[in-house]
Ligand binder design. Structure first.
Ligand code: HSE
Length: 430
């Protein structure tokens, strides 16, 4: 327990989460378990004059977050600037070099530079905490870093991007296209003006990279993540998947085996009766599979001012209470190097959808291509859909090497009756 009673907090970044944190600490500076008070004394943001829901006029203002990080006017630095490099990284490094505790919500920074920052933090005896970086207000980081260390985690898998989940849910419930729902999400402020980070799967990849590091005691290695976003998910596939008993979700997963660790983000068919399929709208959800504990499922808000600020406040409370843990599961010097499983070794089931001209022999040619490759068909459906511009044929495969399924699909692409290239979506292994 720290004997300090007043913690002066410097907050860099006053967007949604930063403003939410100022409001939270103004309302309840005495974070219960910490036995002291956390009071924001200094702030830094891009614009001083931008209208905000909180009054910052009485706080020490710094144009430069690095100056705030180094300032002796605060004892704890909160980084909510965002971005893997640039001012966010420089400010966090500065605070750590000064031996100052850092709390951040920056998943890109931790996923891309976490190992080096952990070494710096541990060298200078400064805590570096990032609960809010993954699943916003839903405590996935503490669960893996603290509660699960008595077990060995075999895999984690879940829905880690609320924007994608919102878009996929809205497409299904309203029958609108990806482009229409994305435009609405941007209008409503759910998706960024440049939504690439969310819809391209990169945000979820940052988060699953962090969870993989915490779960498996390895260095976070974003470059090893295999990433596919939701841009190519069509309403037709959402409807056909549903007819087959599935819902399409953007699934982020990490698993460890004797061959190494695989970290993947891609759209996947999840069975309608699976809890991941039931996580609707902007919700996040996560399965953790422990060798002894078995399966744990958590679900909750992955973004938003209140939930994310509460996660930041929980980290501040940990610092105030004197919590001393390695930044990841193990001290930085003992983190295992990340050994990536060869992506070509992936095995799984697939949903394959073709749009064809209604001619004799098409189904025979499709099934022959799969049979020649040794891929066994699980279900097969030809379903006329109004306005589809052809006849959709959809099939699901039994488990087979992904490379073999992809090679067979590439051969199918040459069939003359095809109106557009085949579409493959993996079936989740959950
Ligand atoms: N953009 C993220 C999401 C929230 O849509 O889930 C912040 O991580």
């Amino acid at each position: 327990m720290s004997d300090r009673t007043l913690w002066r907090v410097g907050v860099a970044g006053l967007g949604t989460v930063g403003a939410g944190l100022l409001a939270l600490l103004a309302e309840r500076p005495g974070l219960a378990p910490a036995g002291g008070q956390a009071v924001v004394t200094g702030v830094s943001a891009r614009s001083r004059s931008r209208p905000r829901p909180v009054d910052i006029s009485k706080l020490h203002w710094c144009d430069d977050p690095i100056e705030l990080a180094a300032s002796r006017d605060n004892d704890l630095f909160v980084e909510l600037v965002g971005g893997s490099d640039g001012p966010a990284k420089a400010a966090v490094e500065m605070a750590l070099r000064c031996g100052k505790p850092v709390v951040t919500a920056n998943k890109a920074l931790i996923a891309e530079h976490g190992a080096a920052l952990a070494a710096l933090a541990e060298e200078h005896g400064a805590p570096l905490l990032f609960e809010a970086a993954v699943m916003g207000g839903t405590p996935a980081v503490k669960m893996l870093r603290e509660a699960m260390v008595g077990d060995e985690v075999a895999s984690v898998a879940g829905i880690l991007n609320g924007t994608c989940n919102y878009i996929l849910t809205e497409m299904e419930t309203s029958g609108r296209s990806f482009a229409e729902v994305l435009a609405e999400a941007q209008r409503l402020g759910y998706a960024e003006a440049d939504p690439t980070t969310d819809i391209g799967g990169f945000d979820a990849a940052h988060k699953i990279t962090i969870l993989a590091a915490l779960a498996f005691g390895c260095a976070p290695t974003y470059a090893a993540a295999q990433i596919e976003g939701i841009e190519r998910v069509e309403l037709l596939d959402i409807r056909l998947a549903r007819d087959l008993g599935y819902r399409i979700k953007l699934v982020a997963s990490a698993a460890r085996s004797s061959a190494g660790v695989s970290v993947r983000v891609h759209p996947a068919l999840t069975p309608l009766d699976h809890p991941l399929a039931a996580a609707a709208g902007a919700l996040n959800a996560l399965f953790i599979e422990g060798r002894r504990i078995g399966r744990i499922f958590i679900q909750g808000p992955g973004a938003g001012a209140g939930p994310t600020a509460a996660a930041v406040a929980a980290d501040i409370a940990d610092v105030m209470a004197g919590a001393r843990r390695p930044v990841f599961q193990a001290p930085a010097r003992l983190l295992r190097p990340f050994t990536a499983v060869d992506p070509r070794s992936a095995v799984g089931r697939a949903y394959v959808r073709l749009l064809v001209r209604d001619e004799p022999g098409v189904i025979a040619a499709v099934s022959e291509t799969l049979a020649e490759a040794g891929v066994s068909i699980d279900s097969f459906l030809q379903k006329p859909v109004e306005g589809a511009g052809g006849v959709p044929i959809v099939l699901t495969t039994h488990e087979a090497p992904e490379q073999v399924i992809l090679a067979a699909i590439a051969r199918m692409a040459g069939l003359p009756a095809l109106i557009e290239p085949p579409r493959m979506i993996r079936i989740a292994r959950i």
